[in-house]
Design a protein around this ligand. Structure first.
Ligand SMILES: *[C@@H]1O[C@H](CO)[C@@H](O)[C@H](O)[C@H]1NC(C)=O
Ligand SMILES: *[C@@H]1O[C@H](CO)[C@@H](O)[C@H](O)[C@H]1NC(C)=O
Ligand SMILES: *[C@@H]1O[C@H](CO)[C@@H](O)[C@H](O)[C@H]1NC(C)=O
Length: 295
């Protein structure tokens, strides 16, 4: 199908039968139907698809959390999801939304949302794993209350870079620095995963604040899943035979305006950066932290 759907607010939706009609089914741009796009994988009824596939809720109580995964695997894509995080006292809870491949030398691109006491700020925790190795955490506060409404969290993953976005604003960039010997995720397809679980041993103020189970069940909501992506199936990419011009995301990188916006976020909202944690890496910071690519 070549129609692409975008949902705005809760009840108005716009069907944009876009130029992807011309592109055929090679490049897949779709959105918004969880019944078609994901499988609920755990939680014994705690994950629910509602409103004809437009809304998905995950919940957590003392017995279990819950989660889902995309039906498709992707090798590169621009993935968007709108999330409304657990409101009120969400301390101890973690809502995760990430891309991950299979096997013991997996690649992974993570967004995790660490809950907090009412009124205290969530932390957006990000990480990038290549060939099974992570340890590349960057954490941010947000410039809005992520529990009051839906906001868009995006992962751009193309051969040149990985960029994390919040409401279209870049917050983190991980460049392909393979030429410097730094592994980059590009030969293993990944699925989108999401889950809500209890992590009160570390999530809130490093584990000091525990989950208050009298507040359970905790619920996070998802909508407008959009994968503008190359679907990987039986060893073949849906993009391999495409010569369309509409897959601009495949070569997208930060222009100077985006670079400025990224710097603004990092300056004002970053709470942790592994690249500044010299205590943690007494043998020297990871190579990608010190390489300069600017001529
Ligand atoms: C991907 O590349 C890495 C390193 O180049 C290699 O170890 C791994 O086996 C490759 N995986 C696949 C699926 O080709
Ligand atoms: C929770 O609030 C405390 C106090 O403002 C803050 O130090 C911490 O970074 C917040 N976030 C998390 C996830 O602990
Ligand atoms: C790809 O390019 C060829 C030759 O220019 C054209 O005939 C074909 O329709 C194009 N296919 C797509 C999917 O754009």
């Amino acid at each position: 199908m070549a129609a692409s759907f975008s949902y705005y607010n809760s009840n108005v939706f716009v069907v944009a039968v876009t130029t992807s009609l011309l592109v055929g089914s090679l490049l897949v741009a779709f959105a918004g139907n969880f019944d078609q796009d994901v499988d609920i994988t755990w939680g014994d009824g705690r994950a629910k698809i509602l409103n004809n596939g437009k809304l998905l809720t995950l919940s957590l109580d003392k017995t279990s959390g819950s989660g889902f995964q995309s039906k498709n695997e992707y090798l590169f894509g621009k993935i968007d999801m709108k999330l409304k995080l657990v409101p009120g006292n969400s301390a101890g809870t973690v809502t995760a939304y990430y891309l991950r491949s299979q096997g013991s030398s997996w690649d992974e691109i993570d967004f995790e949302f660490l809950g907090n006491l009412s009124g205290d700020p969530y932390i957006v925790h990000t990480n990038v794993y290549t060939q099974g190795k992570g340890d590349r955490e960057q954490q941010f506060y947000l410039w809005f209350d992520p529990t009051a409404d839906f906001h868009t969290y995006s992962i751009l993953w193309n051969p040149g870079n990985i960029i994390f976005y919040v409401d279209g604003r870049p917050i983190r960039e991980f460049k392909n620095l393979q030429s410097f010997g730094i592994p980059y995720p590009k030969n293993q397809s990944m699925r989108v995963y999401s889950s809500l679980w209890n992590a009160d041993d570390w999530a809130t103020r490093g584990g000091l604040v525990k989950t208050d189970w009298t507040q359970a069940p905790f619920t996070a909501s998802f909508k407008s899943f959009n994968a503008n992506a190359c679907i990987w199936s039986n060893g073949v990419s849906s993009c391999s035979s495409s010569n369309s011009t509409s897959n601009a995301w495949l070569s997208q990188e930060l222009d100077s305006r985006s670079q400025k916006r990224l710097t603004w976020v990092q300056k004002n909202y970053m709470v942790y950066n592994y690249c500044s944690d010299t205590k943690r890496f007494p043998q020297g910071l990871p190579l990608e932290c010190t390489v300069t690519t600017k001529a």
